[in-house]
Design a protein around this ligand. Structure first.
Ligand code: PLP
Length: 367
């Protein structure tokens, strides 16, 4: 049977997600498995989120509000941006697809860092667009290289800040210099999925530039610091006209009612968010200290994960760690061989991981 599948689909590959805990337990016969592969929140979600979901169970038979009114209202209150500029989707993954569908067609180009979030690329390819990847010598996004890569075909530039999978970020001054030079018909997407974890002092809130730059879109998510990855809710900011186009494209019931109510509750629990960020910062310092002691170069991170050069075969490390019950992300899956990306977890898990990692290195030396 010759299916008439679009040629764009034929050239695409399936996304390789971090292995689920249940799969590793099943395959390796392990009782305890710790996942440090997908930058999930080891502290879970706020108890207020769970209460909101329980309350909402009564309305399980109803379609959700396709305009996510309460959530947009709460976000507007907190950010000072008008509700009409706020759009909601089933995770920022969904919003990346919506933006790609809104702008891209065959012959168009997007620009992204050589080691950045792979969904930018996948969704551009889906639309038949060409992906231009710019150099990241120090595993940080090089805004100068991006500016040089702009052509008449460029429709979108993705700035992942902090960047996944490297954890690096750029500050206000670099961004201001860059955005002023980008042609006004090229969309700049600042993906701030990890913004809550940032500790660098010159980090900036990209929504502050929406009035000055109508070609700016800012993306955020409830999947990381708010611990709601399974609920699938992401949000974005763009000028009203653009947000209107996105609402034409997004599935009307993309964001279920539980996700909407849970997100409102999550925003209101600022104390929980504070605890999550403090635990992450502690974990980050722990990894820095350990890796420095081992002489392994790491990327300074502003996110809830850390990437380092293992100086060894990362796939071998990945498999050996898995046998010990730790799932991480090998650089081989991310286009950065030799490196591994580890999600920062609770201090107990961080210690457990480091012990297992040292055992693995010893095993490899002895092999
Ligand atoms: C940079 C970045 N953007 C967006 C996403 C998608 O997040 P979600 O679809 O869960 O909101 C991720 C998830 O890992 C990410 O790392």
């Amino acid at each position: 049977m010759q299916y008439k599948v679009r040629e764009e689909i034929l050239s695409m590959k399936r996304y390789v997600a971090g292995k689920p805990i249940s799969e590793v337990k099943r395959e390796l016969g392990l009782d305890t498995v710790v996942k440090m592969a997908s930058n999930e929140n080891p502290m879970g979600a706020s108890p207020k989120v769970k209460e909101a979901i329980e309350r909402t169970l009564l309305d399980i038979s109803l379609y959700p509000d396709s305009g996510s009114y309460s959530l947009r209202e709460e976000l507007s209150k907190r950010t000072g941006r008008p509700m009409a500029e706020i759009f909601i989707g089933g995770g920022s993954d969904s919003l990346i697809k919506v933006i790609s569908s809104t702008f891209l067609k065959k012959g168009d180009e997007i620009i992204m860092g050589a080691h950045s979030f792979s969904r930018y690329e996948d969704n551009a390819l889906l639309m038949g667009a060409t992906v231009v990847k710019t150099s990241m010598e120090d595993l940080t996004i090089e805004l100068d290289a991006m500016e040089k890569a702009i052509t008449e075909k460029t429709k979108i530039i993705y700035l992942c800040n902090p960047n996944n999978p490297t954890g690096s970020s750029f500050g206000k001054e670099a961004f201001e210099g860059f955005i002023a030079k980008v042609p006004k018909d090229v969309m700049i997407i600042v993906d701030e999925a990890y913004r809550e974890y940032v500790t660098r002092e010159d980090y900036f809130d990209a929504t502050g530039y929406l009035d000055a730059y109508k070609n700016l879109i800012v993306l955020r998510t409830f999947s990381k610091a708010y611990g709601m990855a399974s609920l699938r809710v992401g949000y974005g900011f763009a000028n009203e006209e653009l947000a209107g186009y996105f609402y034409r494209v997004v599935d009307p019931f993309d964001v279920n009612l539980f996700a909407q109510e849970a997100a409102v509750a999550a925003l209101k629990d600022e104390a929980f968010l504070g605890e999550v960020v403090a635990e992450n910062t502690k974990g980050k310092e722990f990894f820095y200290k350990e890796l420095e002691a081992m002489g392994l170069p790491y990327v300074v991170t502003d996110a809830n994960f850390i990437l380092w050069d293992t100086k060894r075969d990362d796939m071998d490390i990945f498999h050996r760690l898995m046998k010990k019950g730790y799932i991480i992300r090998p650089g081989g899956f991310l286009g950065i061989p030799g490196h591994i990306r580890v999600s920062i977890s609770t201090m107990e898990n961080n210690h457990g991981f480091m012990k297992a990692y040292k055992e693995v290195l010893q095993e490899m030396d002895e092999a």
